[in-house]
Design a protein around this ligand. Structure first.
Ligand code: SF4
Ligand code: SF4
Ligand code: SF4
Ligand code: FES
Length: 956
């Protein structure tokens, strides 16, 4: 029988991956399914939908409700179809009088202990219990409602986003299993036995006090209204939905934005999403309230000086004010005196247009992107070794890994949905190696098997990766076949001689890394001997003075062990922001046109010149740090910043602020008055991801559609504003829809040649390269060859050079920074949501030993001083830290985390060395001078904003 697979349908139990097929008969119709498929799923694939309550197809079958009973020829009784595998020759009946009676009895028991408030229940219309009562034809409840019941069980409303109403619970355990199997947190249990059994969070705590991370998997799994989103309770059921992509992190989860008119009611992770397969984290699932927050900038604003109040104006006036300023600055100070910064939060199409505006309308290559401060070393390092500036795998690939090496990344906080997938693989038995100064949560994965933590000192990454490779080579663990077939011989021989030197041995580098040679040797052996070993890394690799060297060191290790070019292996940069891969792909860097084509390449440049109708500069333009330096020197006078908050996110805040204050014209396009906008002369309202069409490209090179679900609050999508600015500058741009921008990208960037909105809509998503050679995209890269001379991988020499940022007597501690699950980067979005419940201030974590030495207790105010500056944060004493290393996040602008980070940067790309700052800490009683100035300027700028609104209202 022909089976049509609908990715959004619930087939009751997970798919079997077996390649062997079995043939069986269900209700007299023959069907064929992979061995191991449940009878329930086999039937559902034929559109025979057996009633069920405790089964759902993202959880292993549990067999508790018995509603799915069937009859099978030759078998006694009525087995549960969800736990019974289909077998060759089986004959199954899913409907008959006996089964109908049995199911009605089961439903009768459930309903006798369930509130009969269906008409006023938030799940009315979306309740599986209600559906099943209808499906089995329940007409009466003979047991009555007067017996012992749970109808008065209390509600838990502690979580800001969902409510647990225990009176509606049928104890099906779907929530418990979702928390274990899908999310991997194990926050829920069924407490008690028989009639007394109930769902409990943590140690019988409230959801908020338990280890629950508010991912929403239990809410989604619950077949009743026991676990319900508060937005559904308040607003009722949605009436239509649109599939779009989360705008937070580089996982790129697909969601159904469920709507009532133009009001967003809830975000439901899309089962058909190729990156997330129906899972989500607290940010994408719940933290969307910022989009309709009162702080949204809804009207364009201009002013002559940053010491003046804003003036609200129409779009036309704002655009012409900005264009005139840019033109007059260029005529006075030269073509190179202006530039722009694209954003990894914006769509590919918007980013493409901003760099086009800069190159074609500004007439220079002064374009850069926030990827400069996160993954620019990935672009450089992978291009040098593997030939392509991108990760090599799909997320799903991890399910075939036997050993997972995580370096400088914290996936459960920063890439939570992928972190859950990683945890699932680790529970299944893959071994784990974590190279990180902190004991990250992944190391505390419940049911984790073989795991090693290499708690290296910040700044010693390259010494560590060299030592790992040294063990591989000197112990004869390399993959000689792979190296011979797939790698360039000369480069390999040179690298082999270098890496074999004794100075790269674990014993010799022990002093530098602080990690025992024994542990490093064990890790290297585990990695090299695993059939499939994969490397995942994050900003703990790139944000160093040797970030690019470390990326090349990682590629060397993967090449030497033959872990490239198939499922389960690879080099995988965990890209931070939603579209950091895309913003790099789209030509945001000053030296590269879209598709990583160098500006000095005359053939590539010629194609862009022909398409854009201008001649283009063949010299790379300024990088962000160069723009700041040139602004302070008076040579760089105007900047257009779309969707990036450089004043908060870039290092050495005082230097950045000095640069911004020196500009004659700063144009900021953003959804809020962010820290950068406080220094702006033109403020153009941005549009949130809910208000526009476009695409994001996630960390696996997956291009996902972003679809507009509500009108842009200020009437324009971001790409339309860039088009207007280009036209006002005299460079004509004209597009009717972002799909036309994508068509232009496809015509100019070879790896996007096969991408179109039509194809994206058909496939759901596409992983680049997507062109004539790979018409359906490329899930795994470098399967046959590398895009390098002769198609060979290139080993690079990775000499360890210690950073100049070292601890000494004056600054004896090393500060490293990172993210936390509930907040996102500069926090502009998440700080304007109920995620504040989990993290409403940045805190300095330090080891008890360092705290005791300084007489510091938990909660004390600490002054943190570095060579760059001074700020004040509250203390948290934590054994997650190693002695000598302190840690903070940077989500709250008033914390001034970047006041203390320095101007040190990666030698190849200028990516800042956020991860190593030598500091001293001491108890203090008041905020730093910078923090006092920050508060004063914050109040002043918000007063300017409020005055503009009042003035505009009085004019109306
Ligand atoms: S929200 Fe997520 S973490 Fe919390 S209990 Fe539910 S499944 Fe577990
Ligand atoms: S809360 Fe929902 S999913 Fe969990 S046991 Fe109760 S009814 Fe089942
Ligand atoms: S994991 Fe990332 S993309 Fe997915 S929902 Fe969370 S923030 Fe969004
Ligand atoms: S759905 Fe099969 S036993 Fe509950």
């Amino acid at each position: 029988m022909l089976q049509y697979f609908d990715p959004r349908k619930d087939y009751g139990t997970p798919a079997s991956l077996s390649e062997k097929l079995v043939t069986l008969e269900i209700d007299g119709v023959e069907t064929c399914v992979p061995e191991g498929t449940s009878v329930m799923r086999a039937a559902a694939l034929m559109d025979i939908n057996i009633p069920k309550l405790c089964a759902t197809d993202n959880l292993e079958a549990y067999g508790s409700c018995r509603l799915c009973a069937v009859q099978i020829e030759g078998r006694r009784g009525t087995p549960a179809s969800c736990t019974t595998p289909a077998e060759q020759g089986m004959k199954v009946w899913t409907q008959n009088e006996k089964l109908a009676k049995l199911r009605r009895n089961i439903m009768e028991l459930y309903i006798s202990d369930h509130p009969l408030d269906c008409l006023t229940c938030p799940a009315n219309g979306d309740c599986e219990l209600q559906d099943m009562a209808g499906a089995v034809g329940l007409r009466e409840v003979r047991y009555g409602f007067d017996g012992e019941n749970h109808l008065d069980a209390p509600k838990d409303t502690s979580n800001p986003y969902f409510t647990f109403d225990a009176s509606k619970c049928i104890v099906c355990s779907r929530c418990v299993r979702a928390c274990e199997e899908v999310q991997g947190t194990f926050a829920l249990t069924i407490d008690g036995r028989g009639f007394d059994s109930k769902v409990a969070a943590g140690q019988n705590e409230s959801f908020l006090d338990s280890e629950c991370v508010s991912c929403g998997a239990c809410v989604q799994a619950c077949p009743t209204a026991t676990l319900s989103e508060n937005s559904i309770i308040e607003l009722g059921q949605p009436e239509h939905s649109v599939v779009t992509t989360c705008a937070y992190c580089g996982v790129g989860c697909s969601f159904r934005a469920e709507m009532k008119g133009d009001q967003l009611v809830r975000m439901v992770p899309d089962k058909g999403g190729d990156a997330n397969h129906g899972h989500s984290c607290v940010k994408g699932r719940f933290a969307f309230g910022y989009a309709t927050h009162n702080d949204r900038i809804k009207t364009p604003m201009i002013r002559d000086s940053i010491d003046q109040p804003w003036k609200e104006v129409g779009w036309e006036e704002a655009i012409s004010f900005a264009a005139n300023r840019l033109k007059s600055i260029q005529s006075e100070h030269g073509r190179e005196s202006i530039g722009g910064i694209t954003s990894s939060r914006c769509t590919n199409e918007e980013t493409y247009l901003v760099q086009k505006l800069i190159r074609a309308a500004f007439g220079n290559n002064n374009t850069d992107t926030c990827a400069r401060v996160c993954h620019s070393p990935t672009g450089y390092g992978l291009k040098q070794t593997l030939g392509e500036s991108a990760g090599t795998q799909t997320f799903d690939s991890i399910m075939k890994s036997d050993c997972v090496l995580v370096i400088g990344a914290n996936p459960t906080d920063a890439h939570p949905v992928f972190g859950s997938m990683m945890r699932r693989r680790l529970r299944e038995g893959a071994s784990l190696i974590v190279a990180d100064p902190r004991e990250i949560d992944l190391l505390k994965t419940p049911h984790l098997g073989n795991a090693l933590h290499l708690p290296l000192r910040p700044g010693s990454n390259v010494a560590m990766v060299n030592a790992l490779a040294h063990v591989v080579i000197t112990e004869g663990l390399e993959d000689t076949d792979f190296i011979a077939k797939r790698c360039e011989t000369d480069a390999y021989n040179k690298w082999r001689a270098f890496i074999s030197e004794k100075r790269n041995s674990p014993e010799e580098v022990e002093e530098i890394t602080g990690v025992s040679a024994k542990a490093v040797r064990e890790a290297a052996r585990n990695f090299a001997k695993a059939p499939n070993a994969a490397i995942y890394y994050g900003l703990g690799v790139t944000e160093h003075s040797q970030g690019s060297t470390m990326v090349m060191g990682i590629a060397n290790l993967a090449l030497a062990t033959g872990n490239i070019g198939r499922d389960g292996v690879g080099v995988n940069p965990l890209r931070g922001q939603n579209n950091v891969q895309g913003s790099c792909d789209m030509g945001s860097f000053p030296h590269e046109l879209p598709g990583y084509q160098h500006v000095s390449d005359p053939i590539a440049r010629g194609r862009f010149e022909a398409a854009w109708g201008v001649s283009l500069d063949d010299e790379p333009g300024l990088r962000i740090p160069n723009m700041f330096d040139a602004a302070i020197a008076g040579q760089f006078r105007a900047l257009y910043v779309q969707g990036e908050d450089i004043a908060q996110s870039d290092p050495n805040t005082q230097h950045v602020e000095a640069a911004l204050k020196a500009l004659d014209c700063l144009i900021v396009q953003d959804i809020f008055l962010n820290e950068t906008a406080k220094f702006a002369h033109v403020l153009l309202p941005g549009s949130s991801f809910l208000e526009k069409n476009g695409t994001f490209t996630n960390a696996e090179r997956r291009i996902n559609r972003v679809r507009k679900v509500m009108p842009a609050v200020a009437g324009k999508e971001d790409w339309e504003v860039t088009v207007d600015l280009a036209n006002a500058l005299g460079y004509p741009m004209s597009y009717n829809h972002p799909s036309e921008i994508m068509d232009e990208i496809a015509s100019l960037a070879p790896s996007f040649a096969g991408v179109s909105y039509e194809k994206l809509d058909k496939h759901g998503s596409l992983q680049w390269p997507c062109n004539d050679q790979f018409p359906d995209g490329s899930p795994i890269m470098h399967m046959e060859s590398f895009p390098m001379p002769e198609g060979k991988g290139h080993f690079a020499i990775t000499e360890f050079v210690p950073t100049t940022e070292r601890a000494n007597r004056k600054f004896p501690l090393l500060l490293t920074t990172g993210r936390i699950l509930s907040q996102y980067n500069v926090g502009a979005q998440t700080r304007r949501t109920d995620n504040q419940a989990w993290h409403d201030e940045d805190i300095l974590e330090l080891h008890p030993h360092d705290a005791e030495e300084r007489g510091i207790s938990d909660g004390d105010w600490l002054g943190i001083t570095s060579r760059a500056g001074h700020t004040v944060l509250r203390a948290r004493i934590s054994v997650r830290m190693q002695p000598g290393v302190v840690y903070t996040t940077f989500h709250h602008p008033g914390s001034g985390a970047n006041v203390i980070t320095t101007n040190n940067s990666d030698w190849a790309t200028n990516c800042p060395e956020y991860k190593v700052t030598a500091v001293q800490v001491e108890k203090v009683s008041q905020p730093s001078e910078w923090q006092k100035d920050f508060v004063a300027n914050h109040q002043r700028q918000h007063k300017f904003l409020a005055e503009a609104t009042v003035a505009a209202a009085s004019e109306e």
